[in-house]
Design a protein around this ligand. Structure first.
Ligand SMILES: Cc1ncc(COP(=O)(O)O)c(C=O)c1O
Length: 296
């Protein structure tokens, strides 16, 4: 459409999700690294809202998650519901009975879209996997529904469950996955968690990493670290589901983007050697010079 696209992203996330940044820039977006606060998703949302509020006459705010002021949670849920509708149709066509559906929950867009056609039914079980990070302590996770510091609050234009201190200020969060590293959760998910229709569980970083390996080896698919939280949660609850029923996992993204996080863990020595060789190559400039000539 020829519209200018500005993406605000926390500086920490720009660094740990560099493959995504490269792709966005190739598509033509301008990516602004946000250096305020914890330099992650919360701060990027603040900055995007500031820009929007200062430029209503020529700017449309586009939010990647099911949160923020009305009508954004509804808009995002509606568009993301293609995922759940597709699951429902395919399972009905094949006569598959679903025992449980599992999705990871950052702000909540992939999960609310995935769950939405099933919410008004009693079944299947709907399970949201949050970031359990490195432990239950303050600043060690992003467990808004299951964590000790979770409480009702108002932030970034919406009322929901947040990780907040006694003064109502956002607490720091931590997760190996940039997409789950956020102190709030979409208001619809918070309400459905309260009513009991959606169950929540916290998955720790190490469990997510194990799930990446498990699904790569056994299914030949590379889960994003975010989605791997859903994979790990599904493995935990699979034992509770009757054998003739399916557990459907929403793979919200591919793990290619996480190679700079997973490789140092899975193959530290080889990765170290690779990075050193890459730096040498860049400094020598030879291959880059050749590639530039080729792209011309
Ligand atoms: C691959 C992937 N999955 C899940 C999420 C979590 O977001 P949401 O809960 O809005 O689906 C993100 C967020 O960036 C993501 O990149």
């Amino acid at each position: 459409l020829g519209l200018e696209c500005i993406v605000y992203m926390g500086e920490v996330d720009v660094r740990r999700q560099q493959p995504n940044v490269a792709a966005m820039e190739l598509y033509g977006a301008k990516v602004c690294a946000v250096t305020a606060g914890s330099r992650t998703l919360k701060d990027a949302v603040n900055e995007a809202m500031r820009d929007w509020a200062a430029n209503f006459e020529n700017t449309h705010y586009v939010l990647g998650s099911a949160l923020g002021p009305a009508p954004f949670p509804d808009i995002v849920r509606e568009f993301q519901s293609v995922i759940g509708n597709e699951v429902k149709r395919q399972c009905e066509e094949r006569g598959v009975k679903i025992g449980a559906m599992v999705a990871c929950v950052g702000g909540g867009s992939n999960s609310i879209g995935f769950f939405s056609p099933f919410i008004d039914q009693k079944e299947p079980r709907l399970i949201g996997a949050e970031a359990g990070g490195i432990g239950p302590g303050v600043g060690e996770n992003a467990s808004r529904m299951t964590g000790d510091a979770a409480r009702d609050g108002i932030m970034q234009g919406y009322k929901s469950r947040f990780l907040l201190d006694d003064d109502g200020q956002a607490l720091p969060t931590r997760s190996i996955s940039a997409g789950l590293d956020y102190c709030g959760i979409g208001p619809q998910l918070a309400a459905l968690g309260k009513s009991g229709r959606i169950e929540f569980t916290a998955i720790r970083d190490e469990e997510a990493l194990e799930a990446v390996k498990f699904f790569a080896k056994n299914e030949g698919i590379l889960f994003a670290l975010e989605s791997a939280h859903a994979g790990a949660a599904a493995m935990k609850i699979a034992r509770e589901i009757p054998k003739d029923q399916a557990v459907v996992i929403n793979m919200s993204g591919r793990g290619d983007k996480d190679v700079f996080i997973t490789s140092p863990v899975f193959r530290p020595e080889e990765w170290n050697q690779f990075l050193h060789a890459e730096i040498e190559r860049l400094e020598s400039n030879k291959d880059i010079h050749d590639a530039k000539i080729m792209t011309k």
